[in-house]
Write a protein that binds this ligand. Sequence first.
Ligand SMILES: [Zn+2]
Ligand SMILES: [Zn+2]
Length: 134
Amino acid sequence: MKSDENKGARLSRQRETILAELRKVKTHPTADEVYDMVRKILPRISLGTVYRNLDFLSSRGVVLRLGGAGTQKRFDGNPAAHPHLRCSVCGRVDDLEYPLDLPELPVEQSMGYSSLRCDVEFVGVCPICAGKDC
Ligand SMILES: [Zn+2]
Ligand SMILES: [Zn+2]
């Protein structure tokens, strides 16, 4: 089926572009910010397509989805476990450059979970927010 092939090719091009743009930055963008980046290359892409592809990529461990309950999800093109700093005021996320030993969970304690990763996040107030008067 010709049209299905075209559709498949377009989907993978969208996904590749989203992944490539996400890997270019270290800012841990939100889905909306990824959409703004990708739209410069693929002007006709929809926000829904960007959301769906980010979900797909993060559920398969190709990218990381960051952010706890109640905060806007941010995405990280680096899927390896690495510690983060997060600002509790503006939500900005930075990679922590200081090497930390991340804890490891013995297999017999993992309650049947596989592909486990340890997310380490230090939460505080970033220098920009700390400098602002409220
Ligand atoms: Zn901040
Ligand atoms: Zn990161």
